[in-house]
Design a protein around this ligand. Structure first.
Ligand code: CMX
Length: 435
């Protein structure tokens, strides 16, 4: 057994007692109430999910297992001579809550390398799809096509499965699936945009390094990959991709079904697809202004034009956050270090100067500040990844780390099938009369 699995098993054993005690001794304690506005309005702010993988404070932003983004980047072990940590070490943190040593992180690197071979039928299936399929549709199809590999589904059908050991089958699926995602992502990219010229993985490279290699993009793009996957991994449990993955897994669907469902949710323009929307929107400006950086007045006008035509400003606003997203800030710091003079970066910075005030005047968005998507496309564009349809696949590879850690714990703690109660509009009107 690897150190990761051993440590995880111990943590699960300890944690089960906490969950049982809460249920048995304090099950009736109220943590939230639901108003009519919340029932109609997407359950915003209703506390009804539990996860320890990450927590999103509206004013501070995300913490992974209690650590801020800066702490994660500082404390986790890194490949020799690199600034950003091993994604595999980060996975160790998400699953166990512990910062691994370099040896422990390298053990996960090696374990995932052994699990990384993508079945040939996945490539055949992707090649058979129409070439103009959206990369997210391809990514989701690739994931669900591997469902036949599920050891969880097999154990279930063979009757080996019980509520104490089910997490172990989930864990095996999770690691098997995660290990294959970099190659699947890179394969889709090179199939769609590079004439199906594929680059083999290098067994000596880590998750981020190998992804950069298979994409065919030189260093420091490996650093971008590590940073990007870590930043996009998790945003607590209520966002569409995390919640969908959890919901589907609650029916005892395996990791393949569950992640594919979450990825489908990530493909929506109000969620993960916003990073592609940001680039499309910015490119339109650049074209309109002859390729140069527009003046502040021109920018303000363009932002108002977007709002007046009834569209949202992509990359701004958030359902929970009420300040600038620290994931935006982390990417901005990367840009300031590696590409400070890049015109697209300067334009994104200028937008940061004008959009929040305009959104405040506009008076609708509860959060006028930028989110993760406002900045990420710029970095990709700088390294030659201009096919912005592909950006959400990058988000999806990262997001898989968080949501798959989460469903491993769902099984470990025996969370039941999710089934909230719905009411009718008549009933809401009756509640309103009685209030
Ligand atoms: N531009 C214009 N209007 C906006 C806005 C924006 N960026 N963000 C919110 N609003 C509007 C909403 O459309 C809503 O209008 P209506 O009342 O007419 O329906 C109103 O402000 C209130 O919305 P909210 O409570 O502030 O935001 P929600 O929780 O409903 O939605 C989000 C959150 C992210 C979908 C929304 O801010 C948005 O559409 N942003 C642009 C898309 C984007 O960047 N998405 C990426 C999110 C990041 C992630 O996936 O993690």
């Amino acid at each position: 057994m690897t150190t990761l699995k051993e440590v995880l098993a111990k943590k699960i054993e300890e944690h089960r007692k906490r969950t049982t005690k809460l249920l048995v001794e304090h099950g009736d304690v109220k943590i939230s109430e639901v108003t009519i506005a919340q029932a109609i309005g997407g359950m915003r702010g209703v506390k009804s999910l539990v996860t320890d993988i990450s927590y999103l404070d509206p004013y501070e932003g995300i913490r992974f297992r209690g650590y801020t983004i800066q702490e994660v980047m500082e404390k986790l072990p890194k490949p020799e001579g690199k600034d950003y940590p091993y994604v595999e070490g980060f996975l160790y943190l998400l699953l166990t809550g512990d910062i691994p040593t370099k040896e422990q992180a390298l053990e996960v690197v090696e374990d995932m390398r052994k699990r990384s071979q993508v079945p040939q039928y996945v490539f055949d299936m992707l090649r058979a799809l129409p070439r103009d399929s959206h990369p997210m549709a391809m990514f989701s199809a690739a994931i669900v096509s591997m469902q036949r590999e599920s050891v969880f589904a097999k154990a279930y059908s063979e009757g080996k499965f019980n509520k104490y050991n089910s997490w172990e089958y989930m864990y095996e699926d999770v690691l098997n699936l995660l290990a294959k995602l970099p190659q699947i992502g890179a394969f889709i990219y090179r199939l769609k945009y590079k004439g199906d010229t594929q680059i083999d993985p290098d067994p000596n490279l880590d998750f981020g390094g190998n992804f950069a290699r298979m994409m065919g993009i030189d260093p420091p793009y490996d650093e971008v990959a590590r940073m990007y996957f870590i930043l996009h991994s998790d945003h607590e449990s209520g966002n569409v991709s995390a919640h969908t993955t959890h919901l589907v897994a609650s029916a005892l669907s395996d990791a393949y079904y569950s992640l594919a469902a979450g990825i489908n949710g990530l493909a929506g323009p109000l969620h993960g697809l916003a990073n592609q929307e940001v680039l499309a929107w910015i490119q339109k400006f650049m074209e309109k202004f002859g390729g140069g950086v527009p003046t502040e007045e021109q920018l303000k006008q363009a932002v108002w034009d977007t709002l007046n035509s009834g569209q949202v400003i992509p990359g701004y606003g958030h359902a929970v956050l009420r300040k600038t997203d620290p994931r935006y800030t982390a990417q901005r710091e990367y840009c300031l270090k590696y590409l400070p003079d890049y015109p697209l970066f300067q334009l994104v910075s200028k937008l940061y100067d004008v959009v929040p005030d305009i959104l405040k005047q506009h008076g609708k968005a509860k959060n006028p500040w930028p989110n993760v998507d406002a900045q990420s496309g710029v970095i990709q564009w700088y390294y030659g990844l201009t096919e912005y349809d592909f950006y959400t696949v990058l988000f999806g590879i990262g997001r898989a780390l968080g949501v798959l850690s989460n469903i491993t714990w769902d099984r470990a703690l025996g969370y039941p099938i999710e089934r909230p109660k719905s009411v009718t509009t008549d009933m809401l009107e009756e509640f309103a009369k009685q209030a």
